[in-house]
Design a protein around this ligand. Structure first.
Ligand code: DGJ
Length: 760
């Protein structure tokens, strides 16, 4: 990282002009200007204007004559925006301006971006002091954040100060050169008297007057990520998590779109918070009809005390602009999160097919029950066996969800030969080659890998851990503890709890041949003694994950939280994949997975084929359909008892596994195009590799009974001038994109996977 420009000094305006602003490819600083006289009255000079130019987009901020920051533009690329027709400070004060970092207390009667109490007042007056521009992107202290090399991203830091209180703020903007992305975060530093940060949004942005809709997801256990699109109206509309974690109720993401925006056309502004704790998101339409969008830490879980000179950094928010519809926005998020957020090597690697025993055995497991499942799976060609909940606990064996959580010693009755011996038996198994495997695999070089389930942030009251450390759980004085799923939450904000988790997981990983960890988390926080205990916990969790993933970089880590209750960019920084939902019904998974793909790359999805009737919905769907839906995600597996497969299913599985391995590189490396409306009963998805080759997934949830016909599937992302081999014939890219392709098969829950090979 190198400093490439700056403007500093007692008077920010003068300093900025004196610093001879130089042209930096992604960030341009326009010197202060003096507006033309109005009604013969001389105008005061403004401060500099910052032009942030990520790929195909512009983000413009102007320092006002008062040293406040006006938000001028975020959207399509423009060379200039000297005047903002509907913005600008006027005699009515800040209530009628589009502001970049709005405070509370000086007459802007909308949602502030921050509130700080200090020395008996809640008023602050942060004014522009100067800026720095660096190539690359400095990390955020203690927080996960996007990253990039000097040639991929540049960073602007705008410095503000309240001279009365000595409080300082630095607004950081990461500008990505090859993606339409600007990231934002804020660092606040207390003055000599200390301060309390009561509220701090990562994003506050005032959109110009216009017609907007808000796109986001809602859900609950087993029904995560249902897409909502609603009109943005006067007043406040928003959503939040107060669970202490991101939760299944909402993802820390929303987009603003115009009513005419579709999947492939029109404007979309997406915002995604790189954070795992409680958050708040809202859009407020107030004075003049401007829409103020904000996203960040939930103020109900903040109130962070700072000693003199201490700093507080907000999580990062990622802002994506798309002029090519919601799909363009999603692909920008996918590329950013794959290339510049998820730091595991696994992010860029195809994933082993796996079998997980949870739905096969639930808590009823032992080495004698599991080994035959692993053996049968290896015989089918599955590459990894994952042992789920129930393998641990000595004094209080984890034979159900009432006890044992926290005691990470293998259950000696269930594993009399020890965990390492069991793991070795699994890893000694040779995986049967799949149809089409190459000679090395045929020679038997592939051995099964072993993975394990843990839930280290939690404890059952009936456990040795709780007996020894009752004070380690979240609790508040003498108030009774609230249990959920019979468990309590360890206070990961405490350094001793952090050390315990790192120690216990490190010992486990060093004790046996373990290649994969499923890290579960099955309830929300309770009895927060102080509101900020929640954020302190999340910072503690990040420190734990940093230590563990640094110490065990080769392990394939998968996040899980009763399914997808903590599927967020914060955890994606440490872990390359996440279990999508406990609902493995393929019909329901289509909408859950597509909803998740609004923001998250499908390469990060853990998706398994389970038995029918489905354990949650009781629905029966064909094996091929279940498999095709699961192949949409980067980590494909089975979640059933392989010893109980029907002859027919066992016969089909090797070809299904071979197909899953063939499509996996497309999911890991390809660009995803959703080809159908959200509510379609014939959803279709295309993944296009950088080489131009693609794979199409087409589903028919309901039979299109005569006389209805499903719409043709029109492919996107193809080279219209090229020829493609498709379903046994050669088609032009133009034909596949415009006329499209029709298919139909009798019966509900049908599916096709078709390769689209560019003729070279
Ligand atoms: C919830 C997870 O989502 C399931 O997959 C399973 O691991 C259970 N917890 C185990 O308790």
């Amino acid at each position: 990282m190198t400093q490439v420009a700056n403007g500093h000094g007692a008077n920010g305006h003068a300093a900025a002009s004196a610093a001879k602003p130089r042209r930096v490819e992604a960030i341009r600083v326009e010197p202060p200007t003096t507006p033309a006289p109005v009604d013969g009255e001389e105008q005061r000079p403004t401060g500099p204007t910052f032009h942030l130019n990520p790929a195909n987009a512009s983000y413009i901020i102007r320092v006002t004559a008062d040293g406040d920051l006006d938000h001028v533009h975020w959207g399509a690329r423009t060379r200039n925006a000297h005047t903002s027709p509907d913005g600008g400070r006027d005699s009515w004060g800040p209530v009628r301006t589009r502001r970049e970092f709005p405070d509370a207390g000086h007459g802007d009667f909308r949602q502030p971006a921050y509130r700080i109490s200090h020395a008996g007042t809640a008023i602050t007056d942060l004014r522009y002091k100067g800026y720095d521009i660096v190539s690359g992107k400095p990390p955020l202290s203690g927080l996960p954040a996007t990253f990039g090399a000097d040639d991929a991203v540049s960073t602007l830091e705008i410095h503000l100060e309240d001279e009365l209180a000595g409080i300082k703020a630095t607004l950081s903007y990461g500008v990505f050169h090859h993606l339409p992305v600007v990231t934002r975060s804020v660092r606040l530093t207390a003055g000599a008297e200390g301060a309390v940060v009561d509220e701090l949004a990562s994003l506050s942005i005032d959109f110009p007057v216009g017609d907007y809709e808000m796109l986001y997801t809602y859900g609950q256990w087993a029904r995560e990520n249902q897409v909502v699109r609603r009109k943005v109206d006067h007043g406040i509309q928003g959503f939040q998590s107060l669970a202490g974690y991101t939760s299944a109720a909402h993802n820390p993401f929303f987009a603003l779109v115009n009513p005419t925006t579709t999947e492939s056309l029109g404007q979309a502004w997406g915002f995604s918070l790189v954070y795992t704790g409680s958050f708040a998101a809202q859009v407020e339409v107030a004075a003049k009809g401007y829409a103020r969008a904000s996203l960040g830490l939930n103020p109900a879980h903040l109130s962070w005390a700072l000693g003199p000179g201490e700093s507080f950094t907000s999580p990062e928010v990622v802002c994506v602009y798309s002029g090519s519809g919601v799909g363009g926005m999603s692909r920008a998020f996918h590329n950013l999160y794959r290339q510049h957020l998820s730091r595991s090597d696994w992010t860029h690697r195809t994933r082993p097919t796996l079998i997980n025993n949870w739905e096969a055995t639930y808590f009823d497991l032992s080495q004698d029950v599991l080994l035959p499942i692993a053996e049968r799976a290896a015989g089918l060609g599955i590459k990894m066996f994952v042992m789920d909940d129930g393998w641990f606990g000595v004094k209080h064996p984890r034979v159900n969800d009432h006890q044992g959580l926290g005691d990470w010693t293998p259950n000696p009755l269930r594993f009399p030969d020890g965990l390492d011996t069991f793991a070795n038996r699994v890893t000694d198994l040779k995986v049967k080659p799949l149809p089409g495997d190459n000679d090395t695999a045929v020679a038997g070089a592939t051995h099964m890998q072993f993975g394990i389930w843990v839930e280290p942030e939690m404890v059952n009251p009936k456990s040795e851990l709780y007996e020894n450390h009752p004070d380690w759980v979240l609790h508040s004085g003498k108030y009774p503890h609230t249990t959920a799923r019979n468990q309590l939450v360890l206070n990961v904000g405490l350094p001793e709890v952090q050390d315990y988790i790192v120690d216990v997981v490190s010992k486990l990983l060093s004790s046996s041949n373990i290649s994969y960890v499923k890290w579960d988390n099955n309830r929300g926080m309770h009895e927060l003694q102080h509101p900020s205990d929640s954020h302190r916990y999340i910072l503690g969790l990040y420190s734990v994950l940093d230590r563990l993933t640094t110490a065990f970089p080769d392990v394939l880590w998968e996040g899980c939280a009763s399914g997808g209750a903590r599927f967020d960019p914060g955890l994606l920084y440490y872990w390359p994949q996440h279990w999508v939902s406990d609902n493995t019904d393929a019909r329901d998974r289509v909408s859950i997975q597509l909803g998740l793909s609004l923001v998250y790359p499908p390469s990060t999805f853990g998706c398994h084929v389970s038995a029918v009737p489905n354990h949650i919905t009781d629905r029966k769907t064909p094996l091929e359909f279940r498999a095709h839906v699961a192949m949409l995600g980067g980590s494909f597996g089975l979640e059933l008892d392989a010893t109980k497969l029907s002859d027919d299913d066992a016969k089909q599985l090797p070809a299904i596994l071979a197909l899953s391995e063939k499509v996996n590189p497309y999911i890991i490396h390809g660009d995803m195009y959703r080809l159908s409306p959200w509510e379609s009963t014939s959803p279709a998805v295309l993944y296009v590799l950088p080489s131009g080759d693609a794979v199409l997934f087409a589903f028919q949830l309901k039979d299109a009974h005569f006389p209805d016909q499903p719409e043709p599937i029109r492919l996107q992302g193809l080279d219209k001038d090229a020829e493609y081999e498709f379903d046994g014939e050669v088609y032009g890219g133009d034909e596949l994109s415009t006329a499209g392709w029709n298919w139909w098969k009798e019966g509900d829950y049908q599916s096709r996977v078709v390769f689209v090979n560019k003729v070279k």
